[in-house]
Structures are given as structure tokens and as C-alpha cells.
Ligand binder design. Structure first.
Ligand SMILES: [Zn+2]
Length: 270
């Protein structure tokens, strides 16, 4: 009964949640608010738990420390409110060269990323891009656009159920995982991908990483080939122009990187 009451109260909250326009970090007008940031953080946390339940985490403490080091140094460059999220990191044992960041401040990296992200600048390139999606509220924007209120309600009902003892397994059985239901891990639109590139490279430079790492990472990935495209390499109709943009921005951000290093921000993650 308690669970039902909770679902109902969430339903009412959702019904009253109005869509609103806001401005993205690059000055773009966004429509968000189909789901509140608090609810989105809750979904992110749930999806992260689910990923942890499904995929083993690396037992390599050196690699785990390395990934945490990079995430921490990027998070330190976020606006204060975003820093306070309580960021959590998991290094998953998986050969895909992929990574993700979820609303609520959850970062997942697959060990396969090390085949293409071969130094801290390149790893920062992937992580900063993913965190760029979160702080640009891309998940909220996408959910607001793609899902009606009923879809959101369905997810929150499942979420409430699982919190009250049904377990993640049951929720998965009830019609797809939280991740699949919400599309939290779907690639962004082309606009969102470009924005995550811009925001990510700025974060890299401010943290003292070489923003050119995003370029070499990209080249390594292209050289590695393969059929499965990782999130951070997705949804761009013109890869050559994306690479060119990354290169031009890296040049433009060089003074930012040097200023950060002069201020003592010299990342030594390894
Ligand atoms: Zn992306």
C-alpha cells in the first residue's frame, strides 16, 4: 500500500511538473522539465545500480584509481552545484571501448577504453565528453522531448516498486531495464554530441589536460575500426568535420590549458 501511495504522489508531482526553457552551457535554448532534476538523479542512480549488478567491476586497483583520478579532476572544474552531486565512479570489466555518465553524477568506464584512450589526456577526452552531456542536461532534454507524461509515470512506478523490495531483477522482468526504458544511455542528437564535445574540451583544458587528447583519442578509435560505435563517437553525419572542429577547438583552448597548469593544475593520473 505504501508503495502505491508513493507512486500516486509521484504521479501527481509529475503531472504538475511543467516543461520549461533553459539555456545550455553553450547558449542554446533547451526545453527541459518533463522530469525534474531530482527524479532524473534518482533514475541515474538506479540505472547505475543496475549496470553494477549486470557487469563485473575491475579488480585492478591501479586502473580504478587512474579512472577516479581523471573523473575527480574534471568534476572539480564544474559549477559548484554540479560538483556537489556526490559523483560516483565504476570501472567495468568489459572489452567495449566505451564510457557513460548518468544524471545524478554516476560515471561508468569500460576497461576496453584503454585500448584507444592510451594516456590521461585521451581518457579525460572521453570522460569530459560524457560529463559534458550531464551538465548540459541532455538526458532531461531528450526525455522531455521523446516521452509523454505516461511514459515517465511508467518508469517511476517501476522505480517505486523496486525500491520497496521487488528488486532490480523484477523491474527488468516487468518490461525492460530502467536504462532501456529511459533511454539514459542512448546517444544524443547531433546537436547534443557537438555540445558535449565543446563542453568536454573546455573542462579538459581548465583541468590542465591537453584538449588535443580528444583529437588523438578520436583518431585512435577510427584506426581501431570495429563495427560497434561507442557513445562518444556516435551520431555525427560528418566525422571529418567533427574531427576538424575538435582540432580547431584544441588549438583555441591551448591558452586555457597553459593558464590552468600555471595555476598548479597539472594532472598526474596514471
Ligand atoms: Zn556523446
Amino acid at each position: 500500500m505504501k508503495a502505491k501511495a508513493l507512486v500516486l504522489s509521484i504521479a501527481i508531482t509529475i503531472a504538475l511538473t511543467a516543461c520549461a526553457t533553459t539555456t545550455s552551457p553553450t547558449g542554446r535554448t533547451q526545453v527541459i522539465g518533463g522530469v525534474s532534476e531530482a527524479q532524473l538523479a534518482q533514475l541515474g542512480a538506479k540505472a547505475f545500480e543496475e549496470a553494477k549488478a549486470k557487469t563485473p567491476q575491475s579488480r585492478d586497483s591501479r586502473q580504478t584509481t587512474y579512472v577516479r583520478c581523471v573523473v575527480t579532476s574534471i568534476v572539480r572544474e564544474l559549477p559548484t552545484d554540479w560538483q556537489r552531486l556526490g559523483w560516483d565512479v565504476a570501472l567495468f570489466e568489459d572489452k567495449d571501448a566505451n564510457a557513460f555518465a548518468l544524471p545524478g553524477g554516476k560515471v561508468g568506464v569500460y576497461t576496453g577504453i584503454f585500448t584507444v584512450a592510451r594516456n590521461q589526456d585521451q581518457l579525460a577526452g572521453v570522460i569530459a565528453h560524457e560529463i559534458g552531456h550531464v551538465v548540459s542536461r541532455h538526458h532531461n532534454e531528450r526525455i522531455t522531448r521523446q516521452m509523454g507524461a505516461s511514459g515517465v509515470l511508467q518508469i517511476l512506478s517501476g522505480l517505486a516498486g523496486s525500491r520497496y523490495g521487488e528488486g532490480v531483477g523484477n523491474v527488468v522482468g516487468q518490461g525492460g531495464s530502467i536504462i532501456a526504458q529511459t533511454g539514459l544511455l542512448l546517444p544524443g542528437s547531433r546537436v547534443q554530441e557537438s555540445e558535449a564535445d565543446v563542453v568536454g574540451q573546455q573542462l579538459m583544458a581548465r583541468a590542465g589536460y591537453d584538449p588535443n587528447g580528444a583529437v588523438t583519442l578520436w583518431q585512435n578509435m577510427a584506426a581501431a575500426g570495429g563495427t560497434r560505435q561507442p557513445e562518444w563517437l556516435s551520431t555525427h553525419p560528418d566525422p571529418a568535420s567533427r574531427l576538424r572542429e575538435l582540432q580547431q577547438r584544441a588549438d583555441g583552448l591551448r591558452p586555457t590549458m597553459l593558464a590552468a597548469r600555471n595555476a598548479g593544475k597539472v594532472p598526474r593520473c596514471q
